[in-house]
Design a protein around this ligand. Structure first.
Ligand code: SIN
Length: 545
């Protein structure tokens, strides 16, 4: 039996795996796709850390708290900003190479970018706008050859396995004939029939399986980001919180490609300006930081104008950026593929689902509310993001809390205590007749995008919940009748997590951070400065469904 089973291979999972293996624990990494196919790889902007002489963890702390809309956990943020710089230096010592000023030589100071919500330039980047790619590359290189680490690609984790209230492994389907070791073909290969789920036992299970952007029809997230970790944690009885705070990135390229190509906030840090359909730069009217306002403010400013004016995109004017192809090579390539020249053309942009701020509740050591279960990275709710994540805090979170979780595993098993301010809400199951087919993933995404996206209201959320309740029952029945296949498992995850998001969004009768209710447009600190948690108690392990 492995000591540590890590689900996922992005920055958080690989950091946890490598740190645990360095401490002498045996580690197995189970991934749904290929080892390097994670959302981390797509991150453009960078890693935020207080490294420059004019910066300090205290300033990074206050920027993170003000972006978070009153719901950050100050202790977790203190850990993030305090330990972040050292974790970043460790990553560089492992071989990650970040952009530097001047001639770019190893002794030159790091080049720092500014992004929305940061009061100064503090975002470290690599390859211009290919930071995630470099972080993933360095971590895969450091982890793959580690003698304490076994890598298993192409497995589909179905559920957490619990014994006497402890998480003791996962039920997972091994890859069959290579049919699904490919994130880009997610959903193609059948799982049922030839290959049955098996128990993969472990002393510790680390959920590091990323976010849930694929719940929405427009997203920057890869096909793998279907909320599996949150759905599995909930089914096992672990606490999940803050899922109503889905962050929408304001400037995805308006283009049919999915995931949508991202136009990093760093473009606005370098002087790019949002313009409406008349060419007017509008952000100064909405926030004193104008185009560098926190992400939730910018996304809403765009969304409101789109709805009011019946448009499907606005414009990002990046024509003033010096040396665009060199500073932003990834974005340059995306634009060129779309027939755009960013040095001359304004770029069509619209918001896209980008980052789940909530997730599996953990303490500051990554321990979830069930002994033996840990979570880090986007799947986790460590409390650092509150209602709206500060730009480029996510890679940092993966580095800091992935390492802390691994360090803590060396000690005795324990479980996170739930916050007293949590409001528990998980309504009873609704059971329906088994005669109707389950929905497709696109049915769910369309519904979530229309009624549970950037602008929400009670009526729309009621519709989402009614529909998802029915679909939830149909999916469960389909799993019972015909077993799980990869497509059905994906639908099960997104219906389960979608239902949680919609219920929390309906319950939160105010607007805050990434959650905006047109019928309750104001923030209400008296009633709602607290978290909404979902937890299903007393669940026994169920091998595959
Ligand atoms: C971006 O580069 O705009 C995205 C950075 C992030 O999501 O933190």
């Amino acid at each position: 039996m492995t000591d540590v089973l890590v689900l996922g291979s992005g920055v958080a999972g690989l950091t946890a795996a490598r740190t645990a293996a360095d401490a002498g624990l045996s580690v197995t990494i189970l991934t749904k796709g290929e080892m390097a196919a994670s959302a981390t790889r797509y991150a453009q902007g960078g890693v935020a850390a207080a490294l420059s002489p004019g910066d300090s963890p205290a300033l990074h702390f206050s920027d993170t708290l003000s972006a978070g809309g009153g719901l950050c956990d100050p202790e977790a943020v203190r850990v993030l900003v305090g330990e972040g710089p050292d974790r970043l230096r460790e990553l560089m010592a492992l071989g990650a190479s970040f952009d530097r000023t001047g001639d770019g030589g190893a002794g030159a100071p790091l080049a720092l970018a500014r992004e929305g919500g940061h009061s100064l330039a503090r975002v470290v980047h690599a390859g211009g706008d290919a930071t995630g790619f470099e972080v993933e590359r360095a971590l895969v290189a450091a982890t793959a050859g580690h003698p304490g680490v076994t890598i298993e690609e192409g497995w589909l984790a179905l559920s957490l396995y619990t014994e006497n209230g402890h998480v003791a492994g996962v039920m997972a389907v091994p890859p069959s004939a290579g049919s699904w070791v490919d994130g880009s073909r997610a959903g193609v290969g059948p799982v049922g029939g030839a290959t049955a789920p098996v128990l993969v036992p472990a002393r510790h299970v680390v959920l590091a399986c990323g976010g849930a952007g694929q719940l929405f029809s427009v997203t920057t997230n890869p096909a793998l980001s279907t909320g599996d970790g949150v759905a599995m944690a909930l089914a096992a009885g672990a606490a999940v919180a803050d899922v109503e705070f889905m962050q929408f990135h304001p400037t995805a390229l308006h283009h049919p490609a999915m995931p949508r190509p991202l136009l990093s906030e760093a473009l606005r840090g370098e002087g790019a300006v949002l313009r409406d359909e008349q060419g007017v730069a509008f952000m100064a009217a909405d926030h004193p930081l104008a185009d560098l306002a926190p992400r939730d403010v910018v996304s809403r400013a765009i969304a409101r104008r789109l709805v009011e004016r019946g448009l499907d995109h606005l414009w990002l004017d990046a024509t003033g950026i010096d040396d665009f192809p060199h500073r932003f090579p990834t974005i340059w390539a995306h634009c060129r593929d779309a027939g755009l020249d960013p040095t001359r053309d304004w770029l069509p942009v619209a918001p896209a689902a980008h980052y789940l701020c909530g997730g599996v509740v953990t303490d500051v050591d990554g321990a979830a509310s069930l002994p033996g279960l840990w979570a880090c990275g986007e799947v986790a709710c460590t409390g650092v993001h509150g209602a709206n994540r500060l730009a480029s805090n996510s890679l940092l979170e993966g580095l800091v809390f992935g390492a802390r979780a691994a360090d803590a595993m060396v000690g005795p098993l324990r479980a996170a205590r739930l916050r007293e301010s949590d409001v528990m809400t998980w309504p009873p199951d609704v059971r329906r007749p088994p005669s109707i087919d389950p929905p497709s993933a696109d049915d769910v995404r369309g519904l979530m995008w229309r009624h549970c996206g950037l602008l929400r209201d009670g009526r729309g959320l009621d519709q989402v919940i009614a529909r998802l309740d029915a679909w939830h029952a149909l999916v469960r029945t389909a799993v019972q009748v015909r077993g799980t296949d990869r497509g059905l498992q994906r639908v099960r995850s997104i219906v389960t997590v979608g239902l949680m998001i919609a219920r929390a969004a309906l319950r939160r009768t105010e607007s805050r951070g990434g959650h905006f209710r047109t019928d309750f447009p104001d923030r209400d600190d008296i009633k709602w400065r607290k978290h909404i948690s979902d937890v299903q108690r007393n669940r026994d392990s169920r091998p595959s469904n």
